[in-house]
Design a protein around this ligand. Structure first.
Ligand SMILES: N=c1c2ncn([C@@H]3O[C@H](COP(=O)(O)OP(=O)(O)OP(=O)(O)O)[C@@H](O)[C@H]3O)c2ncn1[C@@H]1O[C@H](COP(=O)(O)O)[C@@H](O)[C@H]1O
Length: 124
């Protein structure tokens, strides 16, 4: 039998948001600095397509580790994905608060309920 659903939305997530916020602030501070001294600066200097390509590559590496059941490597690749996602946010002018707000807006709404409420596509 499936486990009952628990509401976890009351839990304090500030520590998790903190490290991502700090990483975001660091990457943002690297914008326009010497690409020889900062990997983030080098990546942003190479442009949005390169940033997106690197994010995609890291995401694929991450899913390969998940599919293969390699927990340790999945953790490492997940950190790479989050770093490259943050570089993409900085480059695109998206702040962590923008994303947290969207997640907060969705809190408590089951994906199943949300999907069922979408307008049905007309056939034919
Ligand atoms: N979390 C990370 C992080 N994760 C991965 N990487 C780097 O990402 C690079 C990925 O290497 P790849 O060979 O895959 O990519 P590439 O060098 O772009 O090469 P190509 O694929 O284009 O050939 C490596 O150099 C990693 O060290 C990171 N670089 C920086 N950070 C964080 O960002 C902060 C600022 O770093 P700098 O911008 O370098 O000062 C650091 O203090 C860290 O907290």
């Amino acid at each position: 039998m499936a486990k009952p659903i628990k509401d976890e939305s009351h839990k304090d997530t500030s520590a998790r948001e903190d490290i991502l916020q700090r990483l975001f602030d660091t990457v943002q501070s690297r914008r326009g600095t010497d690409p020889n001294l900062s990997h983030s600066a080098r990546l942003m200097a190479r442009g949005r397509n390169k940033i997106a390509q690197k994010f995609g590559e890291e995401a694929v590496e991450c899913l390969i580790e998940a599919v293969n059941g390699n927990r340790k490597e999945l953790i490492s690749e997940s950190a790479d994905v989050l770093y490259h996602l943050i570089v993409m946010w900085v480059d695109s002018g998206v702040s962590p608060e923008d994303v947290w707000s969207e997640l907060k807006r969705r809190e408590g709404v089951s994906g199943i309920t949300e999907k069922a409420s979408r307008p049905k596509e007309k056939l034919g």
